[in-house]
Design a protein around this ligand. Structure first.
Ligand code: AMP
Ligand code: MG
Length: 418
């Protein structure tokens, strides 16, 4: 029998596995090197272009962790309660002006600087106030208790946040605690995208027979928006060789990434691959996965400043799956220098999963946490690559590896939580 490649044949010599495709992306793509200096608040979610080294100890001075009374630990009562004279007050930001001496305590509030000679704080709830100037302390305390040491959180000179890290709200707080008002971060990736297909109409246009509204540009917009990149929406381009070529040139001049959907199969009107080859390099164009087999990755403008090209399939679910598996980690790698494919967890199947060996499948699933804390997952129903509602209902992908031939109820499977 004459064995011809077709959509139904996953065993194609020129198709890459999911991991081979990811490796190809890391080996090809060059992360951004341009840096910008921004006000601290504007750095949220951006990627650090340098390590952040602490210029000071945090906290900068030894201080109390409680409201109470400070004294020298070696002056604590030994075996019976002892009375102390209250001398001086240390509030946060207002240290005591009195010299502390043995036999005394200093009234101290949380964050107050420990007076010279003291190293221990007794919580106010644990003392007996005899009168306005005397407290009684029981022999139950430990030397050094309730005190925060200078540099206990961050020691001066230590690397707190590493280059490439995405800045979180906690990081903003840490950096503010150093008194820094500005930071250097990598510039945001610029991403241009367009849909291809003669059948596609934009919202607001009327549909003729056989037309459909372009939905891919909206899912792509949503996924890109979440990544906080600069977005250039170039609309719908017809299945016409010259128009597609022009769109490639314009997009690659403006952007670091050019993303298209549709026209990557081998149909008569599929001009994406030949255009990529004419204007740049194609690194791969087929993956052993479902959905998303005809995914193209390439380089445009390779002599000047390269634009990385992803030709996503046309089918709406395939667009989302290939974006989440490849484009999103590639954008993050470009923006930060770190490549992190989606994290997987394990869950028990609550329904049987059918599959053929030879390709990785990303079925849409709904996972739940059971009473015993473990996770269970079920399929969303119809898994066709045009069923966009499957992505809307799902809260995870069920990841079925290439070799798998399916799973039984209660088998452990890997899931990727959205
Ligand atoms: P293609 O890869 O161009 O052959 O497209 C595969 C399928 O996805 C066809 O049924 C197209 O009509 C559909 N499709 C392509 N682009 C879009 C789009 N932007 N929005 C919705 N469906 C699309
Ligand atoms: Mg098409």
């Amino acid at each position: 029998m004459n064995k011809k490649s077709s959509c139904a044949d996953p065993f194609e010599a020129d198709a890459l596995s999911v991991n081979e495709a990811r490796k190809k992306i890391i080996d090809t793509l060059k992360p951004v090197t341009n840096i910008e200096k921004l006000a601290l608040r504007s750095c949220l979610n951006r990627y650090l272009s340098d390590d952040i080294i602490s210029p000071i100890d945090v906290p900068s001075h030894v201080n109390s962790a409680m409201d109470g009374y400070a004294l020298a630990g070696n002056d604590l009562p030994n075996n019976k309660a002892k009375d102390y004279k209250i001398v001086g007050t240390s509030f946060a930001g207002k240290p005591s002006t009195e010299n502390y001496k043995l036999g005394q305590v200093t009234r101290i509030m949380t964050g107050g600087v420990m007076p010279v000679g003291t190293d221990t704080v007794i919580m106010q709830e644990q003392v007996e106030l005899i009168n306005e100037t005397t407290v009684r302390i029981n022999p139950i305390h430990k030397i050094g208790q309730n005190v925060r040491q200078a540099g206990e959180d961050i020691a001066k000179g230590s690397t707190v946040l590493a280059k490439g890290r995405q800045i979180t709200p906690a990081d903003l707080g840490i950096i503010a605690s150093f008194g820094l008002s500005e930071l250097c971060v990598f510039r945001k990736p610029r991403v241009a995208f367009f849909s291809t297909g003669d059948e596609l109409r934009s919202i607001g246009e009327t549909l003729s027979e056989g037309d459909i509204y372009d939905s891919n540009r909206y899912t792509l917009f949503g996924m890109l928006k979440k990544l906080d990149v600069e977005i250039l929406d170039m609309g719908v381009i017809a299945d016409d060789r010259a128009s597609i070529r022009n769109a490639f040139i314009t997009a690659s001049e403006m952007a670091d990434f050019v993303i298209t959907s549709g026209g990557v199969s081998v149909g008569e009107a599929d001009y994406i691959k030949p255009t990529l080859k004419a204007l740049g390099d194609s690194h791969f164009w087929k993956i052993r996965m479902k959905p998303g087999r005809p995914l193209t990755f390439g380089t445009l403008n390779k002599t000047t400043s390269p634009a990385w090209f992803f030709g996503l399939p046309g089918n709406p679910v395939a667009v989302m799956v290939t974006f989440m598996q490849f484009v999103q980690p590639a954008l993050r790698y470009f923006a930060s220098g770190e490549f992190n494919p989606p994290i997987t967890l394990q869950a028990r199947c609550s329904s049987k999963l059918y599959k053929r060996a030879g390709r990785t499948e990303f079925q849409r699933g709904i996972f739940k946490q059971r009473l015993d804390g473990t996770l269970s997952v079920e399929r969303t129903g119809k898994q066709g690559s045009g069923i966009l509602t499957s992505m809307s209902i799902a809260n995870c992908f069920i990841l079925l590896p290439e070799k798998s031939t399916g799973y039984d109820i209660n088998d452990l499977v890997e899931i990727q939580v959205f």
